[in-house]
Ligand binder design. Structure first.
Ligand code: NDP
Length: 478
C-alpha cells in the first residue's frame, strides 16, 4: 500500500516578539521584582532559553495584593455588572485578534503542538471570557441567591499544562463576579500570562484588577498564605493542593482545588471500536498526556481486547512526535526535564513491577524533552502505573468482564476527576454515569470542554467546580 510522506509544515514564529526579560505586572504596569532572583524560561523542544523572568518575593507579592485590594475597593467591586462585562468582552475580542500570536507563544514556551494551541486552547480561552462576560450583569439570576456579592481579592495559582487556558478559567469568572486577582503562572510557562498582562493594558482594564506575579513554588506559597486574600483558587498536583488546604485551614479564605486524576476510559464490546481508538488516543496523548483528566487507565472488555489492542497499536504507530510548531505534529515536547524524569521513572517502575511495555516506533528529535507514546499491558490494579498520575503519554491497559467489574475497577482510585464510556447502549451509559465517582463522564467521546459546563473532582481530585453557572459560586459570597 502506498504511504504518504509528510513535508514539514512549520508555523512561523516571526509573529511573536519575545523580550529578553520580563518584570511583574502590578497595578497595571510592568515593574521590576524587588526581592526575588530572576529565572529563565526555556523552549522544551530545543532547550533554548527564551527569556529571563522576574521572581516575585514576599514583598512583591504584598505589593500585588495591595494593588488588587485597592482596585477592588475603589473601582471593581462597585462597578455595574454591565460595565464589567464590557471589559471582559473587550479582552475576549483582543484574545481572538491576537490568537495566532498567542498560540505560537504557547507552543514555544510549553511544547504543545500548534494544532492544539491554535484549535483548542485559544478558542476556549476566548470562549471563557465571552461566556463569563455574559454572566457579569445577571449574577442575581444565577440561582445562587438574590444578591450575590464578590469575595474580594482572589489568589490564583496555575500549572504549566494549559497555561493560558487555566488563566482564563481562573480570571474570567473572578472578574465577572466583581473580584480582583493576583495570579501566579507556573515557573516553566510564564510567557502567555505576561502577554495577557499586555492585553489587560490594551483593554484599558483599570490598574490593579489583574496582577501577575511570576516565580516558582515559594511565590505561590507567599501568595496563597497572604493575610489579605479572600479566595484561593489552585490547579496543580494533589500534594501541593493538600499543603495549600492545610495552610489556609482556620482562615476565612474560600478555597477551590483542582488537582490530579487517573481517569478510566471504559470500552465495552458493543462499542464502535475505530471511534473508541480515536477517543483513547485523544484521551491519553492529547497535550502529551499532561492533562489532569487524561484517560490514563484504559479498561477494555475482555472479548474485544485483542482486536482493540491491535487497532490501538496501529493507530499509535501513526502518531507524529516532534516540532511543536509543525502543523502535522500530534505529540509535542514534554514540558520540562523534571517532568520527563518523572515520566521515565514511573515507566521504569511499571516494567519492574511486571507490566509489559510497548512503545510506538517513532523517531525523536535529538535536542529537547521527548517521550514516545507508550502503553503498558498486563497491568494490575495494584501497580503504581495504575494508581499514580504519570502526567505523560503513557497508557495503562486493564481488562474487565462485566459492567459491575468495570465500575469497581474505575472507582478503585484515590482520584475522581473524569471518566469515559464507550458503548452503543444509551441505558448502559446512564447506568455507568450514575455509578462512576468522577466529576465529568464523557460518553463515546473524551476530553471535550465547554465554558458552560462545570468541571471538577471528587476525593483527591479536589473540590469546587470551575466553568458554567457552578463556576460563579466559587467567587461569590451568598
Ligand atoms: P505543582 O502542583 O507543584 O505546581 C502547580 C502550581 O503551584 C505551580 O504554579 C507551582 O509553581 C505552584 N506551587 C508549587 N508549590 C506551591 C506551594 N507550596 N504553594 C503554592 N503554590 C505552589 O505541580 P508540578 O508542576 O510540580 O507538577 C507535579 C505533578 O503535579 C505532575 O507530575 C502532575 O502529576 C501534577 N499536576 C497536575 C495538574 C493538574 O492539572 N491537575 C497540573 C500540573 C501538575 P511552580 O510551577 O513554579 O513550581
Amino acid at each position: 500500500m502506498p504511504t504518504f510522506e509528510y513535508a514539514p509544515a512549520p508555523e512561523s514564529s516571526s509573529i511573536v516578539d519575545i523580550k529578553a526579560s520580563y518584570g511583574l505586572f502590578v497595578n497595571g504596569e510592568f515593574v521590576d521584582g524587588t526581592d526575588g532572583s530572576p529565572f529563565k524560561t526555556v523552549n522544551p523542544a530545543s532547550e533554548q532559553v527564551l527569556a529571563e523572568i522576574a521572581e516575585a518575593g514576599p514583598a512583591d507579592v504584598d505589593r500585588a495584593v495591595k494593588a488588587a485590594r485597592s482596585a477592588y475597593q475603589k473601582v471593581w467591586r462597585d462597578m455595574a455588572g454591565a460595565e464589567r462585562a464590557k471589559y471582559l468582552y473587550r479582552i475576549a475580542r483582543i484574545v481572538q485578534e491576537r490568537s495566532r500570536e498567542l498560540a505560537v507563544l504557547e507552543s514555544i514556551d510549553n511544547g504543545k503542538p500548534i494544532r492544539e494551541s491554535r484549535d483548542v486552547d485559544l478558542p476556549l480561552v476566548a470562549a471563557h471570557f465571552f461566556y463569563y462576560a455574559g454572566w457579569a450583569d445577571k449574577l442575581g439570576h444565577a440561582g445562587l441567591g438574590p444578591d450575590p456579592r464578590p469575595l474580594g481579592v482572589a489568589a490564583q495559582v496555575i500549572p504549566w499544562n494549559f497555561p493560558l487556558l487555566m488563566l482564563a478559567w481562573k480570571i474570567a469568572p473572578a472578574l465577572a463576579c466583581g473580584n480582583t486577582v493576583v495570579l501566579k503562572p507556573a515557573e516553566t510557562t510564564p510567557l502567555t500570562a505576561l502577554a495577557f498582562a499586555e492585553i489587560c493594558q490594551q483593554a484599558d482594564l483599570p490598574p490593579g484588577v489583574v496582577n501577575i506575579v511570576t516565580g516558582a513554588g515559594p511565590t505561590g506559597r507567599a501568595l496563597v498564605e497572604h493575610d489579605d486574600v479572600d479566595k484561593v483558587a489552585f490547579t496543580g498536583s494533589t500534594e501541593v493542593g493538600r499543603a495549600i488546604a492545610k495552610a489556609v485551614a482556620g482562615s476565612n479564605k474560600k478555597v477551590t482545588l483542582e488537582l490530579g486524576g487517573k481517569a478510566a476510559n471504559i470500552v465495552f464490546d458493543d462499542a464502535a471500536l475505530d471511534q473508541a481508538v480515536e477517543g483513547i488516543v485523544n484521551g491519553i496523548f492529547f497535550n502529551q498526556g499532561h492533562v489532569c483528566c487524561a484517560g490514563s487507565r484504559l479498561l477494555v472488555q475482555e472479548s474485544v481486547y485483542d482486536e482493540l489492542l491491535a487497532k490501538l497499536k496501529r493507530r499509535m504507530s501513526l502518531l507524529r512526535v516532534g516540532d511543536p510548531l509543525d502543523k502535522n505534529t500530534d505529540i509535542g515536547a514534554i514540558n520540562s526535564s523534571a517532568q520527563l524524569e518523572r515520566i521515565r521513572a514511573l515507566s521504569e517502575i511499571g516494567e519492574s513491577e511486571g507490566a509489559s511495555r510497548w512503545t510506538a516506533p517513532c523517531p525523536l528529535p535529538e535536542r529537547g524533552y521527548w517521550f514516545a507514546p507508550t502503553l503498558f499491558t498486563g497491568v494490575s490494579q495494584a501497580h503504581r502505573i495504575a494508581r499514580e498520575e504519570i502526567f505523560g503519554p503513557v497508557l495503562s491497559v486493564l481488562t474487565f468482564r462485566t459492567p459491575a467489574e468495570a465500575v469497581e475497577k474505575a472507582n478503585n482510585t484515590p482520584y475522581g476527576l473524569s471518566a469515559g464510556v464507550w458503548t452503543e447502549k444509551g441505558s448502559r451509559i446512564l447506568w455507568l454515569a450514575d455509578r462512576l465517582r468522577a466529576g465529568v463522564v464523557w460518553a463515546n467521546t473524551f476530553n471535550k470542554f465547554d465554558p458552560s459546563s462545570p468541571f471538577g473532582g471528587y476525593k483527591e481530585s479536589g473540590y469546587g467546580r470551575e466553568g458554567g453557572r457552578h463556576g460563579l459560586e466559587a467567587y461569590l459570597a451568598l
